[in-house]
Design a protein around this ligand. Structure first.
Ligand code: NAD
Length: 175
């Protein structure tokens, strides 16, 4: 029995994330999806709550038939980077390897002696949370950048309206 850990903010969960999840599931029996920055919400960088992100991914997993193979765990940020992997390991079930394309995440887990796998980004300049959030602000179409089920969920929770409203205060979306 093997488990792969995949941590992200998923603001929102897009086609690039889905590609990675499928790859992890093809190499492992189960995937642990860590909802990073779980304490954040209603900001331009992190508009969705941890609860909404869990629901969004569960809806998709249910539709795609891999719900029994996914464990979703919220992971709040802490200020000490060096001990973050230990904090993560306290929160999630046992895993065999960490998959990431985020260099900080890879470096911290490597430093901790955990096996890491560097994922390849798919259409990185399109499938990116900040691109999607900026498209919403500028009124461009973004439907095709996320799985249909995710799009439906985001419509339901008023994702577009939330981002546009937050942007009235802040202007640009941070990465
Ligand atoms: P993200 O949603 O931007 O990305 C999640 C993962 O998906 C990353 O591995 C990324 O490389 C991958 N990805 C993104 N676009 C892709 C694409 N087009 N194709 C394939 N893969 C793609 O989330 P993130 O910001 O990387 O999440 C990292 C989390 O870890 C954050 O919440 C961060 O705060 C947290 N963290 C916390 C600490 C701490 O608390 N001290 C330290 C390090 C990281």
């Amino acid at each position: 029995m093997t488990r792969g850990l995949f941590i992200g903010r998923f603001q929102p969960f897009h086609n690039g994330h889905l590609h990675v999840v499928k790859e992890i599931l093809s190499e492992n029996d189960e995937i642990i999806i860590g909802i990073g920055s779980a304490q954040d919400s209603f900001s331009l960088k992190n508009p969705l709550t941890a609860g909404e992100r869990i629901e969004m991914i569960r809806d998709l997993a249910k539709e795609m038939g891999f719900l029994e193979r996914v464990i979703i765990v919220p992971i709040p940020d802490i200020h000490e980077n060096m001990v973050w992997p230990a904090r993560v390991m306290e929160l999630v079930p046992k895993f065999d390897r960490v998959y990431s394309g985020n260099e900080l995440v890879l470096a911290l887990f490597e430093n901790f002696g955990v096996k890491t796998i560097r994922i390849k980004h798919v259409n990185r300049y399109i499938y990116q949370g900040s691109v999607i959030r900026n498209k919403i602000i500028s009124g461009e179409d973004w439907k095709d950048l996320v799985p249909e089920k995710v799009y439906q969920f985001l419509k339901r929770v008023g994702f577009e309206e939330r981002i546009k409203r937050l942007a009235r205060n802040n202007g640009e979306v941070n990465k």
